[in-house]
Design a protein around this ligand. Structure first.
Ligand SMILES: Cc1cc2nc3c(=O)[nH]c(=O)nc-3n(C[C@H](O)[C@H](O)[C@H](O)COP(=O)(O)OP(=O)(O)OC[C@H]3O[C@@H](n4cnc5c(N)ncnc54)[C@H](O)[C@@H]3O)c2cc1C
Length: 474
């Protein structure tokens, strides 16, 4: 399937700029409502910028700023994504979170945070004393005075989430245009013309979900009012042997710079430490730094001292689309046929479905979009890549059906040839080793592809060599 050729001569009802988790959720919602949609992204894959590099917490929204749109959409997004994930097979784990107080000031702040949670409509917080805390998290460092439990926080697979939304959108008729960077817009005619390196894309309406570039795209439409300052978050992923050290997401008491450094299990069976919060100028600065990692190591050793001795599997960094405002930057410009869905900073994975529901609702009211259908959509059945459930190679019925699922290629992550083959032939096929990793976990284990790299690359090259239709425009 070729997701790169622009669609000359065609006018879409809606063009969505940005195929991150938010743009993909929007495209899914618009196609559900019968709109013809072009989903454009500068990168070669969906979810290839901030949506692939976050902390992957399914937030309840307990600590959002009450009264903000973000607070409403995170809470709603939590419910929507929890339900969708269960139906689509997106890995999630209901770990719960413990917000740990390490000094008297932090301890004194906990009741205020419980009140804030209640103001956000979340009433399940509970205070946990030092003894109970130690019983439930025996590897916690010395000095923890107590915690606030947030039992409904969880963890989710960010990669399958974006891929599921985009897959559903494509199955519902969206045209996915990858490696298609919007460089300018022409709003003079009846349709909006998006100038891209692959030719013009015409649409009656345009929705800007360009993440870190959402302010730049907003300016193309003649608007200002916010500037994105990329806020980098560096993270360390520890080996699966560290997984037994922690049961909950261990959160710090938040500061005004953000949620702070946490330790969390991942749905892939690892342990995550991070993120940092560094304001930068460069929207491509996704490298890690010695100082950032040293700071994380120091904080991690305080939270969970045994982490010091655990092997690091990988490190990465993502950039939040932070702005000077304390809320998402969503605005509607019906006179132009333009909507901005920008500044979706540190909670957009959780809120994505609610952002799409909200935006589509307002567009139905003001911009002629059809209402949502009465019946719930049927999400695609996504290949399960979590650690909590069985992978195909461990499922005798699966292997009996197709022996390729029994041929393990990546031994660290137990990924079979059948799964890699499927990812290369999916609705949105993997075209790079990284894309394959996000769809199957191949190469993301302890050896980081040292043993399986050559075999995976060979399959990738063979897969890439299969002929594809000239254009995908359903
Ligand atoms: C360190 C970190 C931790 C986080 N932790 C969590 C968490 O635990 N839970 C949670 O819910 N959220 C979390 N988030 C936030 C979440 O990851 C983001 O809110 C979400 O991914 C934003 O999605 P998006 O689609 O708006 O942006 P992106 O994923 O950045 O997508 C925007 C897309 O637009 C494309 N684009 C940009 N300009 C153009 C152009 N001119 N033409 C074509 N395409 C263009 C880009 O290529 C990109 O793919 C975290 C973020 C970070 C960085």
């Amino acid at each position: 399937m070729n997701h790169r050729n622009a669609a000359p001569g065609r006018t879409f009802d809606i063009a969505v700029i940005g195929a991150g988790v938010v743009g993909s959720a929007l495209a899914r919602e618009f196609t559900r409502r019968g709109a013809s949609v072009a989903l454009l992204d500068a990168r070669g894959d969906v979810g290839d910028v901030t949506s692939k590099a976050n902390t992957a917490i399914l937030h309840t929204g307990f600590d959002a700023k009450p009264g903000t749109l973000e607070s409403t959409l995170v809470a709603r997004g939590y419910d929507l994504l929890s339900d969708y994930a269960a139906r689509a097979g997106i890995p999630t784990e209901p770990t719960g979170a413990l917000l740990v107080a390490w000094n008297e000031d932090e301890y004194a702040a906990l009741p205020g945070l419980a009140e804030q949670a209640a103001a956000n409509g979340y009433r399940h917080t509970r205070m946990v004393g030092a003894d109970e805390l130690r019983r439930r998290e025996p590897h916690l460092g010395p000095g923890a005075l107590g915690a606030m439990e947030v039992p409904d926080e969880g963890i989710v697979c960010p990669w399958t989430t974006t891929l599921a939304f985009a897959t559903e959108a494509v199955r519902q008729g969206a045209t996915l245009l990858l490696e298609t960077t919007v460089t300018g817009v022409d709003t003079a005619g009846e349709d909006i013309v998006l100038r891209t390196g692959r030719g013009d894309v015409r649409a009656r309406q345009v929705v800007n979900a360009a993440g870190l570039a959402s302010d730049a795209v907003h300016r193309m439409f003649g608007h200002g009012g916010f500037t994105v300052t990329p806020r980098r978050g560096q993270l360390i992923v520890f080996d699966k042997l560290a997984r037994s050290l922690v049961d909950h997401v261990l959160l710090p008491v938040p500061t005004k710079m953000g949620k702070g450094v946490l330790v969390a299990p991942t749905v892939y069976g690892n342990v995550l430490l991070g993120p940092t919060a560094e304001d930068l100028d460069d929207p491509t600065a996704t490298g890690t730094t010695e100082e950032g990692l040293a700071m994380l190591r120091e904080k991690g050793a305080r939270i969970l001292p045994a982490l010091r001795d655990e092997e690091v599997t990988t490190i990465y960094a993502g950039l939040r689309a932070a702005t000077e405002h304390g809320d998402y930057q969503i605005s509607f410009h019906p006179e132009q046929g333009y909507v901005c869905v920008g500044g979706i900073r540190s909670t957009g994975l959780t809120s994505s479905l609610a952002v799409a529901e909200y935006v589509a609702g307002v567009m139905a009211e003001k911009m002629g979009l059809r209402p949502a259908p009465e019946t719930a959509s049927e999400p695609p059945a996504m290949p399960y890549i979590g650690q909590a459930g069985p992978r195909p190679s461990a499922d005798p019925a699966c292997v009996a059906r197709d022996p390729a699922y029994g041929e393990v290629v990546c031994f660290c992550e137990r990924v079979s040839r059948g799964e890699i083959r499927d990812a290369l032939a999916g609705d949105i096929p993997a075209t790079t080793a990284e894309g394959l990793r996000r769809r199957t976990r191949a190469g993301m284990g302890r050896c980081q592809g040292f043993f399986c790299g050559a075999a995976v690359r060979r399959m990738l090259e063979d897969g890439a060599g299969t002929p594809v239709p000239a254009e995908v425009a359903r």
